[in-house]
Design a protein around this ligand. Structure first.
Ligand code: ADP
Ligand code: MG
Length: 688
């Protein structure tokens, strides 16, 4: 239960003064649905107002405040042209105050002729003219003092102004209670950090309040580290079943290749973990194509050999089906029963799978998160493998381990390489294995970076590629600010390409398509009936079609490098030479250019992750899209990096002294976990 003291912060934004139907929508778009969200909505920048007496003293390009007197109005006939108030400062120098798109009644009312007003706004120079476009304040001269010299600027969304946002944030911050201190006192003193409530207040008032912001960020990092430690401690307190397969199934596996050294090493690490009665909690990081599926299979067979069951969880329907197919193929002739369960298996099929799981006749279940739903009961779940972890969060991990009487061993696999320094924030509760060696014979993918001005040439090259009997992907970017925009972009692109290559040769997949339709298209592509697959990023993970040797990514500069790397990993799966064309828009920034150049330069996912971190300061690596639940709302990636070690050590120390979080500081730390909604782990304390 959340401590009562936090309740005022966890009320709905709608309960704040002056929030009506009109502001709810924009607040929701920004994710600011509760007071706490508003309180943590820190300013993104600041307005510093330069107060002057004369225009001559003011700097153009910045916010100024001064007394001006309207002398004339300039309206033009057209309603599209702006309305101008011609005003003078005390020295008689002129400035135009410009209003777009409003009827002139409003500015006329604000600026009666020959009456001085205090005006604040951005002063700009156009040719010889000074202008202030849409002043942010116009008040009677006597009220000039009510306008602050400095104002926070908040992230906004259409339908809410900065002034309104500021008011709501102020109300929210006023609800913040004084909280007991959870930070180790010596650390807070050394860093010069204020207490939590003071820090929150100052962060909204003073742009120079570095310590305050740092403290708030620290709290969040601390909460996330503590939550991971609680999770780990609770898993380690649980009892699992030691699993040691005798090899009778693995020995009969006939693979067309020998495992790489890295794969062998990881098999060993996993076998070692599974042999313990403490449940395994291991993260496998391996670049796209490094052969994680085989590692999963070996671990699953280890479980089955020892009489247990295995569950293999994929993030999407498409991937679940693909894993199911490849497991069945690799296990052909072996007495291992594999089944699939996704949201789409219904009725009799689903019933019989559920029965097979309950009576143990199904050895391995592949599926989407449906495989951990309430109704799914395993006879003896010994191992759960989660593919592409970044789509799953801590609470899914919890749900999963809560499924069995004995906690199953857990192997989590990710193809998104995370820089070492960041692994701890995301997976601090896990042991880590790396597949740092590619299977032999892989040809590096030839990557080109091309401007969209050359679209015709690109389509020509695509035509030759298809003409030579090969297949290709064409990935359309995510369109921001629109839920179905990416779908529309893909459809539009596909329509165009169908005209060129024939409707029968081109298929489309996107997130909004019904599952069976999506599978049908993927299947047709895998079987070679479709030559070109136009897709949104739904094909991002895992799909394996060896004859597809060309990957085209449109608007590549909008993708994260890790994502581009994943997409590129869709090709280069067979023994044929593969290509990747990264199409970019015009007007690329320096950073965007450098990032794309890096893609051309290297195929090494770990290196790409490290460099992306350097070039972008970690942006999307810890961003919301890829990181499941471990989101950070306050801490910037830079702060996470610089504060992580201290937060980790502090949390460690607290856990060592007071693992039950019973002491006064432990209780305070619980409050911190609730504050940052990392409290799922607290229930583990209670249940032991
Ligand atoms: P990942 O899931 O790590 O992206 P996959 O498990 O899908 O990679 O493997 C990619 C391809 O490499 C598959 O076609 C797989 O059969 C093949 N492969 C896996 N291990 C080896 C190996 N040791 N030698 C040769 N090919 C391998
Ligand atoms: Mg895979």
């Amino acid at each position: 239960m959340r401590p009562d003291i936090l309740n005022p912060l966890f009320t709905e934004s709608a309960a704040l003064k002056g929030v009506g139907a009109a502001s709810i929508k924009p607040l929701e778009r920004l994710g600011l649905t509760r007071a706490v969200d508003l309180a943590f909505h820190l300013p993104v920048s600041w307005i510093e107002r330069q107060r002057v007496r004369r225009l001559a003293e003011a700097e153009t390009g910045r916010m100024v405040g001064l007394v001006l007197t309207a002398r004339d109005y300039r309206a033009s006939g057209s309603s599209r042209a702006p309305f101008r108030v011609v005003a003078e400062d005390e020295a008689g120098e002129r400035v135009s105050i410009v209003y777009f798109g409003r009827n002139s009644g409003w500015p006329r009312k604000l600026f009666p002729l020959d009456e001085p007003r205090f005006v604040s706004g951005r002063l700009d120079r156009f040719g010889d003219d000074l202008q202030i476009v849409h002043p942010d304040h116009v008040v009677e001269v006597g009220e000039a003092g009510t306008i602050p010299d400095r104002e926070p600027v908040y992230g906004l969304s259409e339908g809410i102004t900065n002034g309104r946002m500021r008011d709501l944030v102020t109300q929210a911050v006023a609800r913040a209670p004084a909280l007991p201190e959870w930070i180790e006192p010596g650390l807070a003193a050394r860093k010069g950090w204020p207490d939590w409530r003071a820090a929150l207040n100052v962060a909204h008032e003073d742009p120079a309040a570095k310590a305050a912001r740092e403290r708030l960020a620290y709290d969040e990092v601390f909460a996330s580290q503590l939550a991971l430690m609680l999770l780990r401690a609770s898993t380690r307190r649980r009892r699992g079943v030691p699993i040691a397969g005798d090899g009778h199934l693995r020995d009969r596996l006939s693979l067309p290749f020998a495992p790489t050294g890295a794969q062998r090493r990881v098999f060993g690490e996993i076998d070692g973990d599974m042999a313990q009665s403490v449940p395994m909690l291991r993260l496998l990081q391996g670049d796209v194509g490094s052969g994680k599926t085989l590692v999963a299979l070996m671990a699953l067979l280890n479980a089955v050999e020892a009489g247990g069951q295995g569950a293999f969880l994929a993030p999407t329907e498409i991937l679940a089906r693909q894993h199911f197919a490849s497991l069945q193929a690799m296990l052909a002739g072996l007495p291992v029963n594999v089944a699939i369960l996704t949201g789409r298996e219904k009725g009799r099929v689903r019933e019989s799978t559920l029965m097979g799981l309950a009576d143990g006749s199904i050895h391995i279940l592949v599926g989407t998160h449906a495989i951990f739903q309430q109704a799914v009961a395993y006879r003896n779940l010994a191992l759960a493998v989660i593919d592409e972890q970044h789509r799953f969060g801590v609470s899914q991990r919890l749900m999963l381990t809560g499924k069995a009487e004995r906690t199953p061993h857990l192997l989590v696999m990710t193809a998104t390489p995370i820089p070492r320094t960041l692994t701890l924030t995301q997976y601090g509760d896990m042991d880590v294995s790396r597949l740092d060696e590619m299977p032999p014979g892989r040809q590096p993918i030839d990557t080109r970076v091309i401007s969209d001005e050359r679209l015709e040439e690109i389509i020509g090259a695509l035509g030759r590629h298809i003409g030579a009997g090969r297949q290709a992907y064409w990935v359309c970017p995510l369109v921001e600010q629109s839920e179905d925009g990416d779908e529309a972009a893909a459809e539009a692109r596909a329509t165009l390409l169908k005209v060129r290559f024939g409707a029968d040769a081109v298929g489309v997949v996107h997130g909004q398509m019904p599952g069976p339709e999506k599978d049908a298209v993927m299947e047709a592509f895998a079987a070679g009936r479709l030559k070109l697959l136009v897709a949104t990023t739904v094909i991002e993970v895992g799909v394996d079609v060896p004859n597809a040797t060309l990957m085209i990514v449109e608007a590549a500069e909008r993708f994260g490098l890790a994502q581009l790397h994943q997409l590129r990993g869709r090709v280069g799966r067979g023994d044929q030479r593969s290509f990747c064309m990264l199409i970019h828009g015009q007007a690329l920034s320096e950073t965007a250019r450098a990032r794309l150049a890096l893609m051309r330069e290297t195929n090494d996912g770990f290196r790409i992750a490290e460099e992306d971190l350097r070039l972008r300061g970690a942006g999307e690596i810890l961003g919301t899209r890829q990181s499941g639940e471990q989101r950070f709302r306050l801490a910037t990636p830079e702060q996470i990096q610089s504060l992580l070690t201290a937060a980790h050590d502090d949390a460690r120390l607290l856990m060592d002294r007071d693992g039950g979080l019973d002491s006064a500081r432990g209780q305070a730390a619980r409050t911190c976990l609730y504050l940052f909604e990392r409290d799922a782990a607290i229930s583990l304390l209670a249940s032991g």
